[in-house]
Design a protein around this ligand. Sequence first.
Ligand code: PAP
Length: 341
Amino acid sequence: MDSFLPSPDCDTISKTDNGQIDSHLIQKTNEGYREILPNLPRGKGWMTEHLVQYQGVWLTPNFALKGLMWVQDHFKPRSTDICLATFPKTGTTWLKALTFATVNRTRYGFTDHPLLTTVPHGCLPFLEACPKDLDGFPSPRLLSTHIPYTLLPNSMTVNQSCRFVYICRDPKDVLVSKWLFMNKLRPKELAPISLEEAFELFCQGISHYGPYWDHVLGYWKASLETPEKILFLKYEDLKKEPLVVVKRLDDFLGYPFSLEEESKGVVEEIVKLCSFENLSTLEVNKVSEQKFSKDTIIDNRHFFRKGKVGDWKTYLTTEMVERLDEITYEKLLGSGLVFGS
Ligand code: PAP
């Protein structure tokens, strides 16, 4: 498996000779980071004490900010790269599993598949984790990122650029999923963040890689301009018609299912393998953890909660729903995009 071996974070890379990236360049990024950090606007954090705003996006001050700077300064894309782009809690884990399973479907059997023993996040590298070994990966590389489209370096988006698969989700479900997830990861010394607080911050755009609507619109507009480069998906469609969406995904990726594969039920097998019901009950996803950087280690079980559409109804008040829907309506007005199926 071309699995992603968890990488050291940018600090560690700067101290090692990694053979791929000039350590002086990394040092320069780290110096730039230390210089800008104190002057960035701050907002309340969900998982960390605060978030910082850089180039219009809200980021955790260590991992996400350094990661973005690393990608902008050093990432060397290839035209064959396939990058899964998401706002957190919109379906990243699911999309990673589906893409990994479909692209590698001739390599692995369904009974001893890597996804049965590896969390989807461990199967493809996350760019912001500053993976140092990317140059050694064979093409086509499967990558992932939370970086907004407009902040990606030109080398990733112009001319011989990568291809992207983006997935969005109803912001009400994103908010609830994110709030519950972040409170699980919030250090004990910080008081849990209330739903009311999380709601206010989300509406103001102050959440990891937020504002949410800007993130979605960046990829949406780019997908309209260059549909051959960006496939735009919705979590709700994937839930409703997984077989249809997976076939679209494979056509886009350039790995269309043959008639023989379809008649043998390969698409159904992939959907079943990657289903919430299957992945969430696997031992690896109940007891192991994923290391994204030296300070960012997450229990795999936190990536699987309910996996439903509309769970916001359990948590949000009528006033919250009205306000969030109104913001969404205003932000998306004229874009042609609507959330949900
Ligand atoms: P991440 O950004 O931290 O990687 P991400 O995978 O994007 O999170 O989103 C997690 C959500 O996807 C969770 O939603 P919930 O809180 O509303 O339940 C999680 O349960 C859901 N999820 C994870 N895996 C799957 C899957 N295989 N099918 C459907 N939903 C899934």
